[in-house]
Design a protein around this ligand. Structure first.
Ligand code: ATP
Ligand code: MG
Ligand code: MG
Length: 360
């Protein structure tokens, strides 16, 4: 029976453990927060991510180590790698932690990205805007998530406030893509090089936070998304689940960012796929055969942000599953999600609309 170490103990760690426990695995989590959701599902080493002693402890007591949070210091992953296997490793992590490195990496594989410039000063910002034109979007290179650390620049009057809001952090200015859809692909590669790809999901955001994901069987973007994901997986000799977000624009897929971990737009797979992204991530890092990524029905996932609604009316709907992370409610915080699986697109959307009305 393998023991898995996970850096981070948030909801992604919790969902990894929930699927791993039924495979006979056990878990140790390293996370600084006493309230971390996954802490209750295994041993919790409560320490900072760069605590050398804690990292060594995690490395020696586990059979395989992974992470559920992409902003773990790369040095922490290097420390673990001196003692044990860790997937994903330093390279995918360091690329995904910096939006400029990420864009250069996509470009090196021939994957289209929005035009961009690296920004280190207000002068850089002015000359980048002169090249890209309006509107564009200024983002910190590091540590942004859920739309935090980014600001849209529509007019020359926006430049100074935008620069002030970034607080002098190294940034990137990107052309705004007037996309028709946002899609993502969840892909997985095992230590044995076996790859699998989930059906592409269409994602809608509200205030920069993922709101709703819908899976279309036979999505026209599937083939291209898989091709790009395969380049990324093979290019990094990657192990585990990796998500890539794209903008669909003029019939092309433009890569926005990637996440070297299980991803919110793959949560539907817990109830709507033969094998969930969480189980496949564990299978991948253990070198076990990957499970089928096929859909079992039409799926929509809705995030619960800031509030968990009353359970009974939601659970009364057929094919509807609630996932509550057990976190303290706070405005703008992801507290859970609802997966809807139905035989037809129409009934799936009908239940999704009802749920959206319930959560307001
Ligand atoms: P996540 O929570 O997905 O990690 P994030 O904070 O890393 O989000 P992005 O995914 O880069 O940020 O951007 C958030 C959202 O803002 C995108 O999903 C998209 O809707 C919009 N956006 C970002 N960059 C662009 C762009 N260049 N053109 C058009 N829209 C964009
Ligand atoms: Mg991101
Ligand atoms: Mg994103």
């Amino acid at each position: 029976q393998a023991h898995i170490g996970v850096i981070g103990a948030g909801q992604l760690g919790q969902m990894l453990a929930l699927s791993g426990i039924s495979l006979g695995l056990s878990f140790t989590f390293l996370d600084p927060s006493a309230q971390a959701p996954a802490g209750r599902l295994g041993r919790h080493i409560q320490a900072e991510y760069d605590d050398e002693l804690a990292l060594e402890q995690l490395a020696v007591e586990c059979d395989a180590i992974t992470l559920e949070f992409e902003n773990v210091p790369v040095s922490a992953v290097a420390s673990i790698a001196r003692h044990n296997q860790i997937h994903p490793g330093e390279r995918p992590l360091s690329i995904a932690q910096d939006r400029v490195h990420e864009k250069r990496f996509f470009e090196s594989l021939g994957i289209p990205v929005a035009k961009y410039h690296a920004i280190d000063s207000f002068e850089d910002l002015k000359s980048a805007v002169a090249d890209l034109g309006y509107p564009c979007i200024l983002k910190t290179r590091r540590l942004g998530y859920d739309g935090k650390g980014q600001v849209v620049v529509r007019h020359s009057d926006d430049l100074e406030p935008a620069w002030a809001s970034i607080r002098g952090n190294p940034s990137i200015l990107e052309q705004m893509i007037p996309f028709t859809r946002e899609v993502s692909i969840i892909s997985v590669r095992s230590t044995r090089g076996e790859c699998a790809f989930y059906p592409v999901s269409e994602n809608q955001h509200r205030s920069g936070i993922l709101h709703r994901t819908e899976i279309h069987m036979d999505d026209p973007a599937q083939e291209r998304a898989e091709e790009y994901a395969r380049h990324v997986l093979d290019g990094l000799d990657y192990v585990g689940v990796l998500a890539i977000e794209f903008f669909e624009h003029q019939g092309r897929l433009v890569a926005n960012e990637m996440a070297p971990r299980v991803h919110n737009s793959g949560h539907w797979s817990q109830n709507g796929a033969v094998t969930s992204q969480f189980e496949n991530h564990l299978r991948a890092i253990l070198g076990w055969p990957l499970g089928s990524t096929a859909c079992t029905g039409h799926s929509i996932m809705i995030n619960l942000v800031g509030i968990i609604p009353p359970r009974a009316p939601i659970l009364a709907l057929p094919g509807v599953h609630l996932h509550d992370y057990g976190k303290e409610p706070r405005t703008g915080r992801k507290l859970g999600h609802i997966n809807i699986v139905a035989d037809t697109k129409e009934s799936c959307r009908k239940y999704a609309t009802l749920i959206e009305q319930m959560i307001g």
